[in-house]
Ligand binder design. Structure first.
Ligand code: ZN
Length: 348
């Protein structure tokens, strides 16, 4: 089994011991104590220290880190406990490789992305080969009147949108170093809603089927639009806004290019499950606001809020989550699970 890399373990160990205790079903009182699950405990003798993110039982003497607590409580190995915490808190685990062992520990401050030599990328020429405005997605943005012709041309150029032979749109995942991580192919109807007949797929999947990529090629995910950070001369002046769908980012980039007189870069996670702490790492020098989609139960908001809270803590940088839709969308809009672009378009 591959060893989990030291920096990932640092991330895991900085998850709050109290929230781990809560996840494990331990009832922590206001003195930060609970009944010890490791011996017959009558009065709470297990104490938590948030200052050092540790715990100790004064009855049986058991103690340790948050990983130790998960191992013992759930009867897991170290590796399994790490994976369990990583899943709970959306932390991406990296593994030791011969290269990363020789990595300079001082690089810890450079917490951007896995190093290029450990990462599979696609040929940048693929982008130019399919870049155009012919996809049903682009056509529908025009025919529905959401964007004008010049707005569409601009947005398609900024995000380098492509078209596949079967009329899919390609949303490239290009990172801040211009590495092409993969391309997501999606199918839209003329009304600018997703086609229910065709599932999304990936450029890498199709290239593997064609034999152009080897089977061991593995995509490493990044946020859609991340390549727009490369021109970062005015880093502190720019606002980064993250939404769920690529379509929303593209539309909003044209409709709301500025906020409070500051230029906005619109990024998308590409799905509710793809907002992760790791995906936020490249953004630690920016002001970042996150707009989750809304729903009637508030669960999408709650899920993203917990990730945003963990990320702010782990990456020591404040990420903001907007509750605008939770507060201002109508019940009917929440039932339709609208996003910020829908909300703006329906206001006007
Ligand atoms: Zn005990």
């Amino acid at each position: 089994m591959q060893k989990i890399d030291k920096y990932s373990i640092d991330d895991l160990q900085s998850v709050s011991i109290l929230s781990i205790a809560d996840d494990l079903g331990l009832n922590v009182n206001r003195h930060k104590k609970c009944l010890c699950p490791f011996h017959e405990d009558k009065k709470p003798s297990l104490k938590f220290w948030t200052e050092i993110n540790g715990w100790k039982c004064y009855g049986c003497g058991e103690k340790g880190t948050n990983i130790d607590l998960v191992m013992k409580k759930k009867d897991l190995t170290f590796h399994e406990a790490c994976e369990w915490i990583a899943r709970q808190y959306n932390i991406m685990l990296r593994h030791d490789t011969p290269q990363s062992k020789t990595r300079n520990p001082q690089l810890k401050t450079h917490i951007s992305q896995p190093k290029a030599q450990n990462m599979f990328t696609l040929d940048n020429n693929l982008i130019a080969q399919c870049q155009d405005l012919k996809s049903a997605f682009c056509r529908s943005l025009l025919s529905t009147g959401i964007l004008t012709e010049s707005q569409l041309a601009h947005a398609a150029n900024v995000y380098k949108l492509g078209t596949t032979q079967d009329d899919g749109v390609v949303f490239w995942q290009i990172d801040q170093d211009s590495h092409v991580r993969d391309g997501k192919i999606m199918f839209y109807n003329e009304d600018c809603h997703r086609s229910h007949d065709k599932n999304p797929t990936w450029v890498s999947y199709r290239l593997k089927k064609k034999g152009t990529l080897t089977q061991d090629w593995r995509a490493t995910y990044c946020l859609f639009g991340l390549h727009l950070l490369t021109d970062d001369k005015a880093k502190t002046n720019k606002i980064i806004v993250i939404v769920e769908s690529e379509k929303t980012a593209i539309i909003c980039s044209e409709l709301i290019p500025m906020m409070n007189n500051r230029p906005v870069i619109w990024l998308a996670t590409g799905g509710m499950d793809f907002l992760t702490i790791d995906s936020l790492r490249p953004l630690v020098e920016y002001s970042v606001t996150i707009f989750p989609d809304t729903d009637t139960t508030g669960q999408t908001f709650a899920k993203w809020q917990s990730i945003v809270d963990s990320a702010s803590k782990l990456l020591s940088h404040p990420f903001y989550i907007s509750n605008l839709l939770e507060q201002h969308a109508s019940k009917e809009q929440k039932e339709r699970k609208i996003d910020i672009a829908d909300f703006i378009l329906e206001q006007s």
